[in-house]
Design a protein around this ligand. Structure first.
Ligand code: PLP
Length: 445
């Protein structure tokens, strides 16, 4: 009998005991091709000796020192590594232990900087429907994810307002150009700010490529630039959540580089430590840093494990490995091939509505009817069936459910490691095809 409250108390979970590149090995010897990196975490696969040795070396030197008293070398070097490659102006960083903490921290940084600038009336946040920024109450409050919010609604802050995501497959109108759609979608922010009173709005938060909730939906070209202009016009802090999409997942270290936009705050986690260590970061603009440095001089926030030396040493080794092995070139090359393979296999499939993504961040949306884009009845739990059918074949992918109101269909998120080779990709597509056929067979009776 397990003593752990697992994700589901109705299911048993194989014990994972080993890793071999992109594979996880269970106690019974079964090998699983990890095609989603868990949830877009394990970007180097599961057995990088260089990262493991860097973590071990830091444990030998010094596992931990509290930041109320000390800084440490790995966090100083990691800060230098991340900021020297970041979009313009993001020259400072704050280290945490994961994505939810990173977004909580970003919201608090935005608030404190506004107060230090004398703008304490800025208390409202604008976020987007179909988004996920974390499970702590602040980050969940800013997440447009009805499923995750439902139970905790009464505990969530009521200062968050939502606009639609930039989601071309569902919201772009027939005959509308990409740019017209991008601008129309972004202008929802302007409308919302006018409704709320722009001087009362603190921040806008969005994922440049929507991960878990929608399945790798990238912003259409021009969207984020317009969002940046709107935020600048009204003094609203732009927070980009790159917890999933950052650290090379889309082919550039920071996803927003491809949109030509620099936010005021950028959060990352997952691929930062690649699962070798739990670690996240908030990159901040000089303006935010200066507001605090020239004001009270102390950020009113903190966790026990901020700037954890071993976590930062692991992350630094991960980031150096990505660069040393030129892995982003492989992300782009294998990502293109993966989308091409999926299009070849599923492009005309009656229940595959959309194949999308950037780099090795790829999604496939499933629909009951391709012509109307009507999703499957969520009660069918198609996504859960795909997950189990794939897992039974030794494939880990990350499906998520659709909504009854038709605002999204079931989808499968793929986020394989940057070390992906042709043979892994072929195995992935072959197993996914079989899993999909199996799951769809169960749904249609
Ligand atoms: N933000 C995004 C975009 C995410 O996808 C996630 C997790 O899936 C989070 C934040 C929360 O990160 P964590 O689970 O590390 O707290």
């Amino acid at each position: 009998m397990t003593r752990i409250l697992h994700r589901s108390t109705r299911q048993s979970y194989p014990i994972a005991v080993g890793g071999d590149g992109p594979y996880i090995i269970a106690q019974d010897g079964q090998r699983y091709l990890d095609a989603s990196g868990g949830a877009a975490v394990s970007c180097l696969g599961h057995s990088r000796r260089d990262v493991i040795e860097a973590v071990q070396a830091q444990l030998d030197r010094l596992p931990y020192a509290h930041t109320a008293f000390f800084s440490n070398q790995p966090s100083e070097e990691l800060a230098e590594h991340l900021t020297s490659r970041a979009p313009e102006g993001l020259e400072h960083v704050y280290f945490v232990s994961g994505g939810s903490e990173a977004n909580e921290t970003a919201l608090k940084l935005a608030r404190q900087a506004a107060v230090e600038r004398g703008e304490s009336q800025r208390t409202q946040i604008v976020a987007r429907h179909q988004s996920y920024h974390g499970n702590t109450l602040g980050a969940l409050g800013a997440s447009g994810n009805p499923g995750r919010r439902a139970l905790y609604g009464p505990l969530l802050a009521d200062n968050v307002h939502f606009i639609d995501p930039c989601y071309a497959y569902r919201y772009q109108e027939a005959g509308e150009s990409d740019l017209d759609y991008a601008l129309r979608a972004a202008d929802q922010l302007e409308t919302k700010l006018q409704e709320l009173g722009p001087e009362t709005v603190l921040a806008f938060i969005a994922e440049p490529v929507v991960g878990a909730t929608l399945g790798a939906v990238p912003a259409v070209e021009g969207y984020l630039k317009r969002i940046r202009e709107i935020c600048d016009r009204h003094g609203v802090t732009l927070i980009l959540d790159e917890v999933m999409s950052g650290m090379g997942r889309t082919g550039t270290l920071y996803a927003c580089r491809q949109d030509g936009v620099a936010p005021d705050l950028l959060t990352c986690a997952k691929g930062l430590g690649a699962g070798y260590q739990p670690v996240g970061a908030v990159l901040m603009s000089n303006a935010i840093y200066d507001a605090i440095a020239n004001g009270s001089g102390a950020f009113q926030h903190g966790f026990t494990y901020i700037g954890h030396p071993t976590a930062c040493a692991g992350a630094l080794a991960v980031q150096r490995a990505i660069e040393r092995d030129d892995l982003l070139a492989n992300v782009i090359g294998q990502g293109d091939k993966l989308r091409a393979d999926l299009t070849a296999h599923f492009g005309k499939h009656p229940h595959v509505g959309d194949i999308r993504g950037r780099g090795l961040f790829v999604g496939m949306e499933l629909v009951a009817d391709r012509a109307t884009k009507a999703p499957f009845d969520p009660a069918e739990k198609l996504h859960a069936r795909i997950k189990s059918a794939a897992f039974a074949r030794g494939l880990v992918c990350y499906p998520n459910g659709g909504t009854a109101d038709g605002t999204r269909g079931d989808h499968v998120l793929l986020a394989p490691p940057y070390i992906l080779e042709d043979s892994h990709r072929e195995e992935l597509v072959e197993k996914l095809e079989a899993a999909l056929a199996d799951a769809l067979g169960q749904v249609s009776g």
